[in-house]
Design a binder for this molecule. Structure first.
Ligand SMILES: [Fe+2]
Length: 297
């Protein structure tokens, strides 16, 4: 069962043109009317976005920029210890601002000359086939809102910190960006929903939550770990398994908790061989064989 739908707050577009983000009662910003209004206004930008035009500017408040500055600073310290060397080089290459939230347009302007990727705004959940498919074209769907200021180091949903610090830094690496593109090509190639879900789960356990042996240490390259202040300190203590396509594509995960099963590549070349090679050529038949293998194992 793919649960990503529960990960994003539902977004309702009303007939009068207004947009309402339906936060759960447990969300840190649920009882804050100012935050709720901000979320609705930012979601409306994405709902009204016309592909091919410049991304509308989100007018962030000082408080929102401050949340970015705090989290950026804390994560940068942790990346030195826990992020792969390839990711750390990509951080330097991209050069994101540390003191303010960059606009998604700006993120694309920085990334495009490096690896050809651009960002496009998403109000909330994007259907799997669209989300993954456009990776093949060098496009990345991204939320634009930031977490509630009362909990700067926690978010129950993917916000601009996850999308940009986690994913854009990775997308500034030629080798990681090539893997994102291959995932997109695989998502377009497979036809059944079952095969698409398998492809997306392999993405989840690699480009979102992947770890690898890097310079003799276990380090993370997945955007979900590298953008999470809590998770980055915990991943080395999780149940670390060898990279295995059949297992990754069929292992259940709960997006509302820290990932307790992680898959370790021996190196970036190993990840490219196994996972890149799979995405490069997989079809429905190959995925069905792996699903059968995963159910036996
Ligand atoms: Fe993500």
């Amino acid at each position: 069962m793919f649960e990503e739908a529960q990960y994003f707050a539902p977004v309702a577009a009303n007939d009068d043109g207004t947009v309402e983000v339906q936060l759960a009662a447990s969300h840190p910003g649920f009882a804050d009317p100012v935050y709720r209004a901000r979320r609705n206004a930012i979601a409306a930008l994405a709902v009204g976005y016309v592909p091919g035009t410049p991304i509308p500017t989100a007018e962030y408040t000082e408080q929102e920029h401050e949340v970015w500055a705090i989290v950026s600073r804390e994560l940068a310290l942790k990346h030195r210890k826990y992020a792969t060397a390839e990711y750390q080089r990509a951080v330097t290459r991209l050069g994101l601002p540390g003191d303010r939230i960059p606009q998604l347009q700006e993120v694309g302007d920085l990334l495009e000359p490096l690896t050809g990727f651009r960002y496009i705004p998403a109000a909330g959940l994007v259907p799997l086939r669209d989300f993954y498919g456009v990776l093949a074209d060098g496009l990345f769907h991204s939320t634009q809102y930031i977490r509630h200021h009362s909990t700067p180091l926690y978010t129950p949903e993917p916000d601009v910190i996850h999308e940009v610090i986690g994913h854009a830094n990775a997308l500034a690496s030629d080798r990681y960006a090539a893997l994102y593109r291959l995932a997109g090509q695989a998502a377009r190639r497979v036809e059944s929903d079952e095969a698409l879900e398998f492809v997306s789960k392999v993405f989840w356990f690699t480009l979102e939550f992947g770890v690898m042996t890097d310079d003799g240490e276990l380090r993370a390259y997945g955007a979900g770990i590298l953008s999470s202040y809590g998770e980055i300190e915990e991943f080395r203590g999780m149940d670390i398994r060898p990279l295995d396509l059949a297992a990754m594509g069929t292992t259940h995960y709960d997006i509302t908790k820290y990932q307790d099963v992680l898959f370790r590549a021996d190196s970036l070349a190993h990840l490219e061989d196994v996972v890149g090679g799979f995405w490069e050529s997989c079809d429905d038949e190959a995925v069905l064989r792996l699903i059968a293998e995963g159910r036996q194992g």
